[in-house]
Design a protein around this ligand. Structure first.
Ligand SMILES: C[S@@+](CC[C@H](N)C(=O)[O-])C[C@H]1O[C@@H](n2cnc3c(N)ncnc32)[C@H](O)[C@@H]1O
Length: 435
């Protein structure tokens, strides 16, 4: 294992600062890395508008938005269509905020009126909507079955689909994507029954709740950010729907000066589940087939997303550390008598994860400029029968074997594992490409 590591004082704050909320908060993953962390590495790498920053696992676009705010060009890669959509809307500030508000208010009035004709109030505060479920619209059955059970109640779903229909029918295509993103945000924060902790679960079931009201409130936040924006030299940015293990010719060779990213960790987190409600309702995932295809484009990091044909593990067959961890997981499983299909796959996830990251780090080399600096935010894990997976150290060794220089591992924060009663590091792996 690599020995020469630098460490930094742990910073426990993973929270987005109030001053950073504009644009970032249009829609974010719970526990996305915070904008101030991205800013710290932009400053440490001394990046300016002559550089291009890449985030190959850009999620909802924290790196891209922060680069844009600082006038630095950036490119994002994201394989999940909902996250890709969110990031692409968040980096496009070319709309008229007044038009967004006015047009949305007109739609809101029409939806409220249509619901009222059906005997349904959008704001059920002084009126209880008593309605026969058979009169409510719902999703096609295959789509509905993809939702996590009880993640949205029938009346809020009816209101949401009514609103969505009005959004689709309007002529004003320029503002449509902002309206959709506002609906995605309202769905997860107010309309649905989901809660995050950090995994997605079902919280208090709301039989009824306003939909148009919460949606309009998100629209107003977007419009306010655009209106208050005083950044005149924002960085050019783009986001590409693609698999970071297979970049081919989507980016210009030797064009990237820095990478700032947070890839998945091997920790059972399923990005297709945390985003299921909005992905299904907005139509990014319509069938089991869509879901399978989406999962196949992701680095394997959980047992819900691996397939018998997966073979990323072949890339790390000679990695002694990863093979040892996989063996230890399997040994412990057998000792503990754990026999479910998921448990039997724990050791495979560990191998497939590091194999996928190996592929990514390998293909990335073509696109890096000489002297490029890279920051990978990753966490140590013990999700698989408490076997310790030192993700940062393993990726550091792997990167070294691929010709990267390892500059160090900064401890970004520590998380307390309630199962093992140990502190686990979340670290920033710092690399340099000098070829
Ligand atoms: C930790 S999240 C990144 C969050 C991000 N920093 C943000 O601001 O939202 C990891 C992301 O990697 C994406 N991802 C996983 N495998 C991928 C792959 N092979 N190619 C591209 N993106 C992938 C996931 O969909 C998820 O959005």
């Amino acid at each position: 294992m690599m020995q020469t590591l630098t460490t930094k004082k742990a910073n426990n704050s993973n929270k987005i600062l109030d001053i950073d909320k504009s644009f970032h908060s249009w829609y974010r993953f719970v526990l996305s890395f915070p904008p101030h962390l991205v800013r710290e590495y932009i400053n440490r790498f001394k990046l300016d508008n002559s550089n291009i920053v890449l985030d190959p696992f850009c999620g909802t676009g924290t790196t891209l938005v922060e680069c844009k705010k600082m006038g630095i060009p950036s490119i994002g890669i994201e394989a999940h269509p909902m996250a890709h959509f969110a990031a692409s809307v968040k980096i496009n500030w070319e709309i008229d905020p007044i038009n967004l508000i006015n047009s949305s208010e007109i739609i809101a009035e029409k939806v409220i009126e249509e619901l009222r004709c059906q005997g349904i109030e959008d704001e059920p505060f002084f009126h209880i909507n008593v309605i026969n479920n058979q009169n409510l619209i719902s999703l096609p059955s295959e789509q509905f079955r993809l939702l996590i059970k009880d993640s949205i109640s029938p009346i809020p779903l009816h209101k949401t689909l009514t609103l969505l229909q009005h959004l689709k029918n309007q002529d004003n295509t320029k503002i449509y994507n902002y309206q959709l993103l506002a609906l995605a945000k309202a769905l997860v924060s107010n309309i649905g029954n989901v809660r995050f902790g950090p995994e997605v679960g079902i919280g208090k079931i709301k039989e009824d709740t306003p939909v148009v009201l919460y949606w309009l409130s998100e629209i107003k936040k977007i419009a306010r950010d655009i209106q208050n924006n005083d950044i005149h030299l924002s960085g050019k940015s783009q986001v590409i729907l693609s698999d970071a293990r297979n970049l081919n010719n989507q980016i210009e060779e030797e064009s990237i000066s820095a990478v700032i990213t947070s890839p998945p960790y091997p920790n059972e987190k399923d990005y297709t589940r945390t985003t299921r409600l909005e992905s299904v309702i907005l139509g990014f995932v319509r069938s089991k087939n869509d879901l399978r295809n989406l999962k196949k484009n992701l680095v394997r990091s959980n047992t819900r997303g691996i397939y018998s044909s997966d073979d990323d593990d072949k890339w790390i067959s000679d990695n002694i550390t990863v093979q040892g961890i996989a063996r230890e997981i399997e040994k412990r499983r057998i000792k503990l008598g754990k026999t479910s299909g998921f448990e039997k796959n724990y050791h495979r996830v560990a191998k497939l994860y590091f194999g996928g990251m190996f592929r990514h780090l390998s293909v990335l080399r073509n696109f890096l400029k000489r002297g490029a600096k890279l920051a990978y935010v990753v966490g140590d894990q013990e999700s698989y029968l408490r076997v310790n997976i030192p993700t940062g150290h393993i990726l550091a060794d792997m990167s070294q074997s691929l010709g990267y220089e390892v500059l160090g591992l900064d401890v970004f924060r520590k998380r307390f594992s309630t199962s093992s009663k140990k502190w686990l590091n979340e670290e920033v792996l710092l690399l340099e490409w000098n070829h």
